[in-house]
Design a protein around this ligand. Structure first.
Ligand SMILES: Nc1ncnc2c1ncn2[C@@H]1O[C@H](COP(=O)(O)OP(=O)(O)OP(=O)(O)O)[C@@H](O)[C@H]1O
Length: 267
């Protein structure tokens, strides 16, 4: 069974089509890199898949649960949003204890899990300091632990390594791979393409709400115009290159051309 499956998933905000007829089928225990320019619809897709917003049309399941069933879906998914909610006046440990309570973990189980995850990220020694005094990287690590505390089947990560120094970013990358190797499915949205190249089993590129290319990172690079010498960045630029100075009509034509090009790449 696919961990994430969508059919014709669409979200409109008035005249804006944020997510347009999205078809996804992502296997369990894989890392899926979700790429796209600003405003492509990545956050909206993650909000749809975590039942934070409802589709205008289409449907989907995550861990076998319909994405419109918020109550059943909530324990099965974890979400690290781009700006994670953290309570500045709590210590790292208190913040995580609070979230564990919301997730119905017993105090003893919560303590054990929090300590193990914090130790794993090299943050246990600072667990009793106020979040207000944490660095960006320390906050990001707490937010990461918060998203995986209840051992979800599928975890959605929005820019999990942004603002991290190379060592902290490497730690998070290794944990992402570790999650997938343990059977968790990771849906990873980031603009940091080397991160995706390093950890993703498959990549989807979103442009104007539409999936314009999908495949293993190295296969996408090989099949795109970039050729053998190319990188994921070349593929990304090739498929999402919309000149902002275009009028909306000619811009649309250009989009369509890019989409057709991408269709060839998709198989
Ligand atoms: N609540 C909302 N109300 C109205 N329009 C919205 C809303 N949320 C998103 N949009 C619009 O939907 C489109 C997709 O936005 P979304 O935030 O999903 O993109 P994104 O790919 O996550 O962008 P970024 O990389 O900048 O975070 C944009 O045009 C945005 O303005």
């Amino acid at each position: 069974m696919a961990a994430i499956e969508t059919t014709g998933l669409t979200k409109r905000y008035g005249a804006t089509v944020a997510v347009d007829d999205l078809e996804l089928s992502i296997p369990e225990g894989s890392v899926y890199g979700f790429l796209g320019p600003n405003g492509a619809g990545k956050t909206t897709t993650m909000r749809l898949l975590t039942s934070l917003t409802r589709p205008t049309e289409g449907s989907g399941t995550v861990a076998g649960v319909p994405i419109t069933d918020r109550t059943a879906l909530r324990p099965r998914v974890g979400y690290l949003p781009e700006t994670p909610p953290l309570y500045e006046q709590a210590t790292g440990f208190e913040q995580l204890e609070y979230v564990a309570g919301l997730r119905d973990l017993s105090p003893a189980a919560a303590r054990e899990r929090i300590e193990s995850l914090l130790a794993d990220l090299d943050l246990l020694a600072d667990a009793d300091a106020l979040i207000d005094d944490y660095s960006t990287g320390m906050r990001q690590k707490v937010a990461f632990v918060q998203a995986v505390l209840h051992d979800p089947d599928v975890v959605f990560l929005d820019e999990p390594t942004s603002g991290l120094d190379p060592r902290a970013a490497k730690t998070i990358r290794e944990r992402i791979r570790g999650l997938a190797d343990g059977g968790t499915t990771v849906f990873l949205s980031t603009h940091i393409l080397p991160v995706v190249e390093a950890v993703a089993d498959a990549v989807g590129i979103l442009s104007d709400g539409q999936l314009v290319a999908e495949g293993a990172p190295d296969a996408l690079v090989r099949r795109a115009e970039a050729g053998d010498e190319g990188t994921l960045e070349d593929v990304f630029l090739e498929l999402t290159d919309v000149d902002p100075s275009d009028s909306s009509d000619s811009g649309r034509d250009k989009d369509r051309g890019d989409t057709e090009n991408a269709e060839a790449i998709r198989d």
